[in-house]
Ligand binder design. Structure first.
Ligand SMILES: NC(=O)c1ccc[n+]([C@@H]2O[C@H](COP(=O)([O-])OP(=O)(O)OC[C@H]3O[C@@H](n4cnc5c(N)ncnc54)[C@H](O)[C@@H]3O)[C@@H](O)[C@H]2O)c1
Length: 573
């Protein structure tokens, strides 16, 4: 395929001719093909990210979140694989937006890989500038865990989504359950696909609008959504009946949220709760109204016109949500920047004081957890053995016998979460507990109860690793929403403390210029030497989260810092 044809088809050079012939799956088991386990883990996690069962569009290296990629193109992917296979235990591979650029001579305790994705000097950090660089083959969109090789499929966001809905139920209905309530949302992609299962796990009913039929079918196959409604009438009947009889049920309907939400309003159906997780952060990934095949062609041929139509649809979509709120629905933003895009399209979405008319999920439900250093801690088993996941689950519950939220989650996850790609688990753990459990994981590898090293990581959506004024840091008490010194400190500290790989990105779930965030991974290889690195990394990483929230004036964070003896000049020392 010529470069011109690739530009027309994919909007960027992809070097499709160099794509490996066989589908990519991570190697499993206790034999490594790299020279050390950190490089081996990075390689397997990169491959797991683009496993056809895990990734959104594996042929284009797209993992999730619109166009979130694992490598810039197939040529660079092959180079990364070759570098990792040869990487020595005193070398560090530097990856610049999906391209390996330098093998630095470092030392054994340093990260084996350092990744920077989609970063642009602030004044130039716009989607238009990024698109130009992307088209010229100079950058890629790394999303959060796509370009930092720690995506674990839809499960990665499932517990967070489940806990968000549970917190909503507690706050608005005074119970732990959404029994008899119905949620309207849209998007059934990589992350958004967690929504229906998270709602039914909370005993509620969920109606999800998704433009692409095959995405609904995939999530139905994977067990994330219960039924596919053939038309809107049936979708509404199923939703209302399930809510009336207080039966948990999730229903997918193929269509455009901008159209279906307006139609629901016209018919007078007001949900109890409304949110959204279409990929609105990236206008080129949000579907305007019209025929999908034609729109896919328009996106590549005339992106400006496509984005204009996407904005028009977003305005319709968000105005329907505002109207539903006026008519009694609880509405919240679910981290895809729909509100800011609607504002860009001309919709009034703030009050006179400049506050959004409906809140983001972090200030509304999640921030108290961040204040305790809690966030989406996760692990992946390089052994590939599902039964070993159960062994770890049991150890987790034994380690934290009094954490009711955790016990409830693990029980539901064992029942409902399918294993896709490498066996993985996510759970929200706080300061102190992450390090404690990191040691348990390393012990399990050391004793041979788990037969190969375990990859420990987290989402960038965490307590101390992100600055995102429309999401994780919306409405900080001291007005420091846009200060991105924090994720930079987090990135540096994790590197210094000996994470296996670290990353720093721009954009994430809310789009270029709207957030900066850091990732970290530490591999439990069962060695005694690794115990020290696990202790250091898994302490400072959530530690930065507590400190960030103490600094912005949160009482819970201040108490956590005191209780856990975290040294904060002028506060605890
Ligand atoms: N909890 C969080 O804050 C959080 C976590 C992860 C992702 N996100 C954000 O949520 C969004 C979705 O993430 P993802 O990984 O699922 O993305 P994705 O690209 O995998 O899926 C988005 C889905 O939305 C569908 N869609 C697009 N326009 C639509 C429309 N007008 N009507 C109906 N469906 C439409 C697409 O077909 C696609 O299947 C992104 O913006 C992402 O950044 C938020």
């Amino acid at each position: 395929m010529t470069e011109k044809t690739e530009l027309e088809r994919y909007g960027r050079p992809m070097y499709m001719d160099e794509k490996p012939k066989d589908p990519i799956h991570a190697r499993i088991g206790s034999k490594k093909e790299c020279k050390n386990w950190d490089a081996e883990a990075a390689l397997r996690m990169l491959q797991n990210n683009i496993d056809p069962n895990v990734a959104l569009v594996p042929d284009e290296l797209i993992v999730y979140g619109g166009a979130g990629r694992a490598a810039r193109n197939w040529r660079e992917y092959n180079k990364i694989v070759a570098c990792l296979k040869n990487l020595k235990c005193d070398e560090t591979l530097c990856v610049q937006s999906g391209k390996p650029v330098y093998i630095a001579q470092t030392h054994p305790d340093a990260p084996r890989v350092v990744i920077a994705n989609s970063n642009i000097v602030p004044k130039w950090s716009t989607q238009a500038k990024f698109n130009k660089l992307d088209r010229a083959g100079l950058m890629m969109y790394g999303q959060m865990t796509a370009g930092s090789w720690i995506y674990i499929g839809t499960q990665g966001i499932l517990q967070g989504t489940y806990e968000t809905f549970a917190a909503l139920a507690r706050k608005h209905f005074g119970t732990d359950s959404l029994r008899g309530k119905w949620v309207l949302t849209a998007g059934l992609g990589g992350m958004s696909g967690a929504q229906p299962l998270a709602v039914t796990m909370n005993e509620g009913v969920c109606l999800v609008v998704e433009s692409r039929k095959e995405r609904i079918e995939q999530k139905n196959r994977e067990g994330y959504i219960d039924v596919i409604a053939p038309n809107l009438n049936l979708a509404i009947t199923l939703t209302l009946c399930a809510a009336m009889y207080k039966k948990p049920l999730s229903i997918g309907i193929c269509g455009n949220a901008a159209e279906i939400h307006q139609e629901l309003l016209r018919r007078g159906h007001i949900p109890d709760i409304v949110t959204d997780q279409t990929s609105a952060h990236d206008l080129a990934s949000y579907y305007p109204l019209g025929d999908l095949a034609e729109l896919d062609i328009l996106r590549v041929k005339d992106c400006t016109e496509y984005e204009k139509r996407a904005l028009d649809a977003i305005v319709k979509h968000a105005s329907a949500m505002l109207e539903m709120q006026k008519r009694g629905a609880i509405v919240f933003d679910y981290g895809n920047n729909l509100r800011a895009q609607a504002e860009l399209g001309g919709l009034t979405i703030r009050d006179e004081d400049g506050k959004y008319l409906y809140p983001g999920f972090v200030p509304a439900y999640i921030r108290p957890l961040f204040c305790e250093g809690k966030g989406p801690f996760r692990w992946a088993l390089l052994s590939g053995k599902a039964e070993e996941l159960r062994i770890i689950d049991d150890e987790l519950l034994k380690t934290f016998p009094h954490d009711e939220m955790l016990h409830r989650w693990i029980k539901k996850a064992q029942e409902k979460v399918p294993i896709i790609g490498l066996p993985t688990r996510v759970c929200w753990l706080g300061y102190g507990d992450r390090a404690k459990f990191g040691h348990v994981l390393n012990d399990l590898v050391r004793s041979g109860k788990v037969s190969a090293p375990i990859v420990i990581g987290r989402d960038h959506l965490d307590c101390g690793s992100v600055a995102s004024p429309d999401r994780e840091t919306e409405g900080m008490l001291d007005g420091s929403d846009a200060v991105s010194d924090w994720p930079l400190l987090n990135f540096a500290l994790n590197g210094i403390c000996g994470a296996s790989w670290v990353s720093f990105h721009n954009g994430g779930g809310v789009g270029i210029g709207n957030s900066q965030h850091a990732g970290m991974v530490i591999v439990a290889d069962g060695t005694t030497l690794r115990d020290r690195r696990i202790e250091r990394v898994l302490t400072v990483d959530p530690g930065m989260g507590v400190v960030r929230h103490v600094d912005s004036g949160e009482d819970i964070a201040r108490q956590t810092a005191k209780d856990k003896h975290i040294l904060i000049p002028g506060v605890t020392c």
